[in-house]
Design a protein around this ligand. Sequence first.
Ligand code: ADE
Ligand code: ZN
Length: 334
Amino acid sequence: MLNLIQRLPKAELHLHIEGTLEPDLMWRLAQKHNIELPFDSVEAIRRAYQFDSLQSFLDLYYQGANVLLDEDDFYELMWAYLLVCKKQNIVHTEIMFDPQTHTERGIPFSVFMSGFDRAIAKAEQELGVSVYLIMSFLRHLSEEAAIDTLFAAAPYYSMIKAVGLDSSERGNPPAKFERVFAQSSALGFKLVAHAGEEGPPNYIWQAIKHLNVDRIDHGVRSAEDSELMLYLQEHQMPLTVCPLSNLKLRVIDKMEEHNILDLLSRGINVMVNSDDPSYFGGYLNENYAALVHSLSLSKEQLIELVFNSIRASFLPNEMKGKWLDEIQRIAQEA
Ligand code: ADE
Ligand code: ZN
């Protein structure tokens, strides 16, 4: 199974680039910029990655991002993840970035977008990985701040495929961002939002009804609402599920309790993603492997999940068709 996971061409649809910052790169960039970290070694950073909730993780995640200062830092961050894509046979990735995490520290769009652009162009040429960017608004900040961010991004619209919504879910319902999502849609962006990770099923309904999203990020709490399950199934609304993230952030207590295969068997369009791999103990293939070990993932289920990753992507239909054919070919051989 692990061999098949490696060989199948996969898409990743839920990944925060700031969440790929590995402790050794954090350490190196802190030294480069003379930034004092509250850790005395790379190992101490790793040891600090124990969380009891989304917020306890976000506190460390935003603190970690403080070492990202110049264009080269953003280039290195992006390039390191795209090398992982090559290694894990992730042929297409839709990557979230949080502009406000950087603009709030005085780092303008020109700095991080140029760094990202350089790494993405190199990866598309040299690694054959295709990349879309998703600009995510921080939901613990105001809608006005999100609107300012949407306008500040104007020179870079051609680099951005979709907008998203992330950060602290509880107390920050999707409906708070209705206007900025309508404006983003009018500009031609696809729409995604985190909902139903820690927040209730009602937040998933809000993302659908008020924000008009094309995909839900996480959405694992949809299982608590049978009417919602029916809606998700009928509309084939994708849920970008992140198993290791859910375990590390205590959305579930044990991987054996994860409901992803239950959702799959009920006809919901779910697939596997890594969210913030450096913080949660594994990239995409490790997330699939966790399902093999803890949920006895079958070959048929694996193929379905990988199929869904391509199907739920924002790739044009001819590219989807090409990858779906390739998955089918490898599945038949296996
Ligand atoms: N930002 C980075 N990872 C996140 C997650 N899992 N949920 C909400 N916001 C995030
Ligand atoms: Zn996320």
